[in-house]
Design a protein around this ligand. Structure first.
Ligand code: HEM
Ligand code: HEM
Length: 179
């Protein structure tokens, strides 16, 4: 198998990024779900929430790498999505990409206006402000809602890949990412 994509299948790097990020997104949605479902100060909620900022920032960096790699591979021709259903699938992938970028971006913008500042892996990214900057923080108002929309798109994506393509149509779609 080659590192780059071809019209028949995704290459090694696209697969590593896709499956690695799928596992990390599962952990990120788990932390969000427990944040939503459990009461404040619950130790399980605190434990899973403790990595939400750092993992969210890591996912943001990974999706940028993945986007650049995906665009670089368009010229080598990635697997094609023809017909009406194919175009709907491509639109679904694009919607996931947009949310994978926008959801963490709005929170990072808000963090830049936070009086506590923001650090990532011990590096100070934004120094503490004297007071919260209201307009910067308001950018993240819909962060959670957009995060849940992304989670719904991912569930639909998994249902289409495994249920529709692999089990019902029995075509090559799952294999070109997993086979
Ligand atoms: C792709 C990455 C991310 C996803 C999918 C995601 C998802 C979510 C979701 C679904 C919620 C709602 C939880 C609830 O209803 O209680 C949430 C809340 C939150 N997230 Fe994230 N998040 C991501 C990245 C980040 C980053 C990078 C930060 C900080 C730098 C962050 C900080 C927060 C905070 C403070 C909340 C609670 C307040 C709110 O709902 O806006 N998240 N996140
Ligand atoms: C069990 C989980 C998953 C399965 C079985 C799965 C399956 C697949 C398959 C078979 C493809 C190729 C589809 C095609 O060429 O038409 C694909 C592509 C894609 N998947 Fe997933 N996926 C999963 C999780 C995720 C997650 C969690 C995300 C994002 C948060 C995601 C985002 C994407 C995107 C954006 C593409 C387009 C190709 C690319 O640019 O990488 N997938 N997935």
């Amino acid at each position: 198998m080659t590192i780059t994509d071809t019209p028949d299948r995704y290459g090694t790097l696209s697969r590593i990024l896709h499956w690695g990020m799928a596992i990390l997104f599962a952990a990120q949605f788990l932390s969000a779900a427990l944040h939503w479902a459990l009461p404040r100060d619950h130790p399980v909620r605190d434990f899973f929430w403790s990595y939400h900022y750092a993992l969210g920032t890591t996912l943001f960096l990974l999706v940028l790498i993945r986007g650049v790699w995906g665009l670089a591979n368009i010229r080598r021709r990635r697997p094609v999505h023809s017909g009406l259903i194919g175009r709907a699938a491509a639109a679904g992938h694009l919607a996931m990409y947009v949310l994978m970028v926008v959801v963490p971006t709005v929170r990072l913008v808000a963090a830049s206006g936070d009086k506590r500042g923001f650090s990532y892996l011990g590096l100070q990214i934004f120094p503490p402000r004297e007071a919260d900057v209201a307009w910067l923080k308001s950018v993240a108002e819909w962060h959670g809602e957009m995060g849940w929309i992304l989670a719904l798109l991912v569930l639909g994506h998994i249902a289409m890949a495994i249920g529709w393509h692999h089990l019902i149509k029995r075509d090559e779609t799952l294999r070109r990412m997993a086979g």
